[in-house]
Ligand binder design. Sequence first.
Ligand code: PNS
Length: 182
Amino acid sequence: MKRVKAIYPGSFDPPTNGHLDLIERGSKLFDELVVAILRNPEKDPLFSISDRRKMLEQMTQDFDNVAVDTFDGLMVEYAVRSEATAVLRGIRAISDYEYELQMALMNRKLQPGLETVFMMPAEKYSYLSSRLVREIAQLGGSIDCLVPELVAQKLREKMDPAHKFAAAEESEIPKKSRKRKR
Ligand code: PNS
């Protein structure tokens, strides 16, 4: 029987619960799914490629048929090199549709054998985007229900590096010797 390998390309800066929702749906539909992070030298991302890769690897460790990779250049060329026949993209609202349709049709023009499959994340994520998560985190708002805990932790460290050291110090002190402040 024919096996279908799909790639799920994107910036994932940072990965959100919406991305995870789509990965879970995609993992049920395709035999293999590769989350492919674009290495874009022109963008000034919040998280390095290696941070984003680590976060996505941890987020997807329970899915046997999901892998994480990075790519640069044309997405369709990466898809052909990876022997993928489908591209997964999420559509949250009508506003996404125009851009996604244009990109899907251009990709089809470049590589007719590659099929774009659109999936909708759960409604509760329809207003969620990496850009808004970055903005909320930068302005000190709570991002706890918007991203997985490991991403929230990374965002907190990014916004307040002292947080990282405070958390590390805290975990190094044995509980018994911690003095209680009165
Ligand atoms: O998460 P994003 O930023 O919406 O993802 C956009 C992405 C990475 C899928 C798109 O920019 C892309 O495929 N870039 C690679 C370069 C390319 O193939 N450009 C032609 C698109 S028609």
